[in-house]
Design a binder for this molecule. Structure first.
Ligand SMILES: C[S@@+](CC[C@H](N)C(=O)[O-])C[C@H]1O[C@@H](n2cnc3c(N)ncnc32)[C@H](O)[C@@H]1O
Length: 270
């Protein structure tokens, strides 16, 4: 979904975010992966003070309420998503929907269990960094980890008439999401890892000299306590990210800005 007309900058930003975030709900596997975890771990929620950081449409908050949370704080900064969550949760007396940046939110009591989904296709390229900047700490955060994995293969294996060994060279240094389907494309090595509470690293160097092929790709894996919750390709909210393989060693860097996170990619041995 793209906005086609010129709008004032603020209106554009909030409508653009709104559209980007409602599209995640097309991914039923993502919702199922989260709900499955919550159903299996009901004791973490029942009778507990919970929060959803970045509530979107509020479906995770509603799940927490249905599972018996004593109180749910649903914090959402986008005014349109906030309004939709407020309506969804209006029937629950123990829901508090807050239109705020999570960084400005300070709960008046201890939060036992907080849920978020701040993962980008390249792990750190959306809002993960917020988690380590909160003014408070939940007793338990779900999910509390993730990794960005990578792989190398030959573009010829895709048998694509347009994106082939010649055209792909023109993507030298360009990271493209969704260039190919992820089906049957294995993730082979770790590129970057995240563990809540240990700080958000910003720069990663990876050596792929052991792998052959002219196509490098990345895929997200969401983890909780080291166990897989969801991964790119299975949960189609996250596509693989592809680029032409130009060397054996690359650097991936993330720079947090006022509006999201900028991603930098370079080959170190070209
Ligand atoms: C990927 S969506 C996840 C929505 C919801 N938690 C879910 O899983 O269905 C991320 C949400 O976080 C919100 N968000 C992003 N940055 C935020 C911030 N700094 N403070 C509050 N909400 C934020 C976005 O507007 C969006 O609704």
């Amino acid at each position: 979904m793209d906005i086609m007309n010129v709008l004032p900058e603020d209106r554009y930003a909030e409508a653009d975010d709104f559209l980007a975030f409602i599209s995640i709900y097309d991914d039923k596997n993502r919702t199922k992966a989260y709900f499955d975890f919550l159903d299996k771990n009901k004791t973490l929620v029942e009778g507990k003070v919970c929060a959803e950081l970045g509530a979107g449409l509020g479906i995770m908050s509603e799940k927490l309420l249905e599972l018996g949370a004593s109180q749910v704080f649903a914090i959402e900064k986008n005014p349109h998503l906030f309004e939709l969550t407020r309506k969804r949760l209006s029937k629950y007396e123990n829901a508090m929907v807050i239109n705020s940046d999570v960084l400005d939110f300070v709960p008046d009591r201890e939060i036992d269990f907080a849920v978020h989904e701040f993962y980008g296709q390249l792990l750190f390229d959306e809002e993960i960094f917020l988690l380590d900047s909160l003014k408070w700490k939940p007793k338990l955060l779900f999910p509390n980890g993730g990794k960005l994995m990578g792989g190398v293969m030959n573009v010829a294996d895709f048998d694509d008439e347009v994106v082939n060994a010649e055209t792909v060279k023109h993507l030298d240094g360009v990271l493209v999401s969704g260039l190919f389907d992820e089906e049957n494309v294995p993730l082979q090595f770790d590129v970057a890892t995240y563990k809540y509470g240990t700080g958000t690293p910003k720069s990663f160097v990876c050596d792929i000299s052991a792998y052959t092929g002219d196509l490098l790709y990345f895929g997200l894996v969401i983890l909780h306590d080291g166990k897989e919750i969801c991964r790119a390709g299975v949960c189609n909210n996250w596509s693989y990210v592809w680029t032409y393989r130009k060397g054996n060693k690359f650097k991936l860097e993330f720079d947090v800005t006022d509006r999201g996170t900028d991603v930098y990619f370079s080959w170190l041995d070209r």
